[in-house]
Design a protein around this ligand. Sequence first.
Ligand SMILES: [Zn+2]
Length: 483
Amino acid sequence: VRIFTAGLATETNSFSPFATGQQAFEDYGLIRGDPRGADDIMSRGAALLTTLAGADGHEVVAGLRTFAQPGGLTPRSVYETLRDDVLQDAIARGPFEAVILQLHGAMMAEGYDDCEGDMLSRLRHALGRHVFIGAVLDPHAHLTAEMTASADVLAFMKEYPHTDGAERLETVYRLCIAARAGAVGLATATVDMRMLGIWPTTGGAMRTFVDEILQREGRDGVHLVNVVHGFPWGDCADNGAKVQVVADDERIARRVALETAERFWAIREETRLTTLTIDEGLDRVGRCPGLVVLADAGDNPGGGAASESTFVLRRALERRTRDLGFGYFWDPVSVRLCAEAGTGARIPLRIGGKVGPASGDPVDVEAHVRGVGQIATENFSGSLSQLGQCAWVEVDGIHLILTSLRSQPFGPDGFGALGLDVSSLKGVVVKSTQHFRYGFGAIASEVHILGTPGTISMDLTRIPFRKRGLDYWPRVARSDLHG
Ligand SMILES: [Zn+2]
């Protein structure tokens, strides 16, 4: 079996103040060629496929792999060029019996509310019905009818933080081989939950739920139980949580999809994200004997925010909080000023609030430059996340990490790379919602999500949708899943 693989992913926030253009993809690389040995997350996926297929005597041909940090809409020509690169490669280097893609599921471009559906349907049209088409996607996806109709198998990651990409990719590969041998059927059934939410899977009822659905897969004709969380800040008709089951026949798929949906609906209240106000969060710093990690969720670049809002910083300075770290402020201009002045210098800096009103007002400070350098920080599963040139500055006992590239902290590595040991601090404010737990989970004594203002404010009842209906829970109370 000859398999073509490629990756194109970003998560589009319709309310982000800036476009996700060509440079945003180039920042992370337009990567081609043999994926083995590369350290970006998509090449690692392609390398895994190559190894799995190689062991079975099959061949994998890898095309383009590219990812952009989430932001606003992608310009039409940028999306079409990337899409056509993948399509033309899949045709020109064929024939292939299968195509397995790494996608996001919430990518939107000018004129395209459903980039993944567009891409999969063009691929299907070009390659025909007999070619297996599968994809691994992020759970923060808008699952559409076009995506379902165009692909044989869609596998959504189950974990948040998304640490299970390799497992889901292996499942798609195994189903591809089994389906081609006629050993399994690939019937799907989908239930629209008409819910919006943020569902970390690291604890509580959501952890139990994910463990339960993992138990259902691979037995009794059930191949995949997808729980698609949805990405609340994408303004499109298909936005929202969904359950999709892939099984040997439609009857099994429908029954398990309905059972899973009922179970998800039943735990909606206990899995609701709870947040603290900025002051409640800062109150914990110093009172808790260990490290307090506060998530500035409204300004998470991983959801398309600018990562430079000043709401928490301003309040911490007013309260004279000390031994508090912040990561990361996206501020290439200030990084440049720090690099020019050099480590040890004391310089005036205007921090944050530069991109737009969602970031709040800038804060003028007298900064002590404590360190300058390039950072490539460790991301999930050993892949590297680039932050570019960075600076560590101190302002009255508050420590800020400023970066040239926009990214959320996955752990303390980025702080440590410039010499800031987070164990010397009482608190760290991370511009992240959940992925920071990957590296901070083990060293934090307390973790709190702050209900901060910003591009991805956690109040899901007030998202100013234009294309999506407003009849979703929790905006509208419903007593049962079907009501
Ligand atoms: Zn996600």
